[in-house]
Design a protein around this ligand. Structure first.
Ligand code: HEC
Ligand SMILES: [Cu+2]
Length: 378
């Protein structure tokens, strides 16, 4: 319902959305009508029969069968109608069609991981589905209770530890839609989400054939940028020197001066040391307020170094994209199938430093992607 371009509800993009909204608005209208009717009569009678008014009180009515039957039978019928349609939709939503396509979903603090059967293609924080084909999600949580929620599809169901829950839908409109965790599940609950890509079956088939273009291609710099965000480095380091920290733009190859009077030209090794042991050389004009990120593994440090090296080498400072930027991008591009650049390290599952600095929020502890876990095991 987009009256006057004021969106009353998210787009309707699944088989359930129309019926769901019809029931919702019917209930809303019925509620308003009866609230106004009852409240109106209360006020009307209170005013009309208030003490001192000259109205006819000679024939008080104690019983009025037709009136009582009317106000019993009409709401009963209205209630039954709503009950009938509500139950029908409920049963429909709880009964996936036999030919539904299977996608398995794992929720964990704080990311969604999905695997498509039978292809085995995986994705994190996104869900690609074909339009016009019923999709059944079989879901489980690895930790606390989450809820898998796609507002545009009008579907949401709990994702709990220890047992599988299911929900199904058929996407009806190609486009990019929101995916949320609908159950408060801890610090980063609000960031536990992503996008649902409803694609034409042909495009979906291509996407599957390409192995899913969402999980794999992240360059080292992108992983570094994500980690830079995730570890909270950007809380202190921005594109200008500030009271909190020197800017890292153009750091590579720059002459550095330290508080003890010494100096050197920044190279990879210096950047690495500055991350894991920042107290060794304190940049002149600053204090040792940066905590030592000494629990990162070498791969994570390399990615950070790779990212910091790119800073200042392009015209625009590459400050990592925020979720807002991604939203803006989606709004301007409309429905597109290309995954937005994900900066959230949720996508790559950083474990974060164990000893978090005062400003690093120690974000995704425990959020290791399935791939990383498997890689670690090997
Ligand atoms: C609490 C604020 C804070 C946070 C968070 C922080 N830093 Fe720093 N960083 C500083 C300050 C202050 C300095 C300068 C003093 C020094 O050399 O230790 C610095 C220095 C550096 C330098 C050397 C810069 C130069 O001018 O030579 C690098 C590289 C660096 N930080 C990288 C990082 C990375 C990567 C992260 C995230 C893992 C990070 N910092 C998180 C405050 C912070
Ligand atoms: Cu959650």
């Amino acid at each position: 319902m987009n009256a006057f371009n004021f969106p009353m509800s998210p787009e309707r993009a699944s088989n359930f959305a129309g019926e769901y909204d019809a029931i919702f608005y019917t209930l809303t209208i019925l509620t308003i009508v009866f609230t106004v009717l009852v409240a109106g009569l209360v006020i009307f009678f209170a005013v009309r029969y208030r003490e001192g008014t000259k109205v006819d009180r000679s024939r008080p009515i104690y019983e009025h069968l037709p009136l009582e039957l009317t106000w019993t039978i009409i709401p009963l019928l209205l209630g039954l109608v709503v009950f009938f349609f509500g139950t029908r939709l409920f049963i429909d939503m709880r009964t996936p069609p036999k030919d539904a396509m299977d996608i398995y979903v794992i929720g964990k603090q704080w990311m969604w991981h999905a695997q498509h059967a039978p292809s085995g293609v995986r994705e994190n924080n996104t869900l690609h589905v074909p339009v016009g084909k019923p999709v059944r999600l079989t879901m489980i949580s690895q930790d606390v209770i989450h809820a898998f929620y796609i507002p545009e599809f009008r579907v949401q169901y709990h994702v709990v530890p220890g047992r599988y829950t299911t929900q199904w839908f058929t996407a009806t409109k190609p486009g990019v839609y929101h995916l949320f965790c609908g159950m408060y599940c801890g610090t980063q609950h609000s960031e536990m989400g992503g996008y649902v890509y409803a694609m034409e079956p042909k495009d979906y088939a291509e996407w599957i054939a390409s192995g899913g273009n969402d999980v794999k291609p992240m360059t080292m710099e992108q992983r570094g940028a994500a980690a830079f965000n995730q570890l909270g480095c950007n809380n202190c380091h921005s594109d200008k020197d500030t009271d909190r920290a020197p800017s890292l733009i153009g750091l590579m190859g720059k002459q550095r001066k330290f508080t003890d009077g010494s100096g050197l030209v920044a190279d990879e090794d210096y950047i690495r040391k500055s991350i894991i042991d920042p107290y060794d050389h304190i940049t002149a004009g600053y204090q040792n307020t940066m905590s030592a990120y000494n629990t990162l593994n070498e791969e994570q440090i390399l990615e950070l170094v790779a990212y910091i090296k790119t800073l200042g080498t392009t015209a625009e400072p590459k400050v990592p994209a925020t979720t807002d930027d991604i939203h803006k991008g989606l709004e301007t591009t409309g429905a597109n199938y290309k995954a937005p650049p994900r900066s959230s390290a949720n996508a790559i599952g950083y474990t974060g430093p164990k000893k978090a600095g005062p400003n690093s929020r120690n974000l995704a502890v425990g959020a290791i992607s399935m791939e990383e876990k498997e890689a670690n095991r090997q």
